[in-house]
Design a protein around this ligand. Structure first.
Ligand SMILES: [Zn+2]
Length: 49
């Protein structure tokens, strides 16, 4: 399990795998902030949860 805290809004986003985390964060960033984040960017910001 990994997690990322979204910088603009503080929402904590989790995923069981790297792929799931990346998908969840990309969905959130696009939907809530209109931003496209790369996989590398997301995994660099991810922490073990
Ligand atoms: Zn956010």
């Amino acid at each position: 399990m990994k997690k990322v805290t979204c910088p603009p809004c503080g929402t904590e986003i989790r995923g069981e795998t790297d792929d799931e985390l990346v998908r969840n964060v990309q969905d959130h960033a696009k939907r809530e902030h209109g931003r496209d984040l790369t996989r590398e960017h997301i995994l660099a910001a991810a922490k073990e949860a």
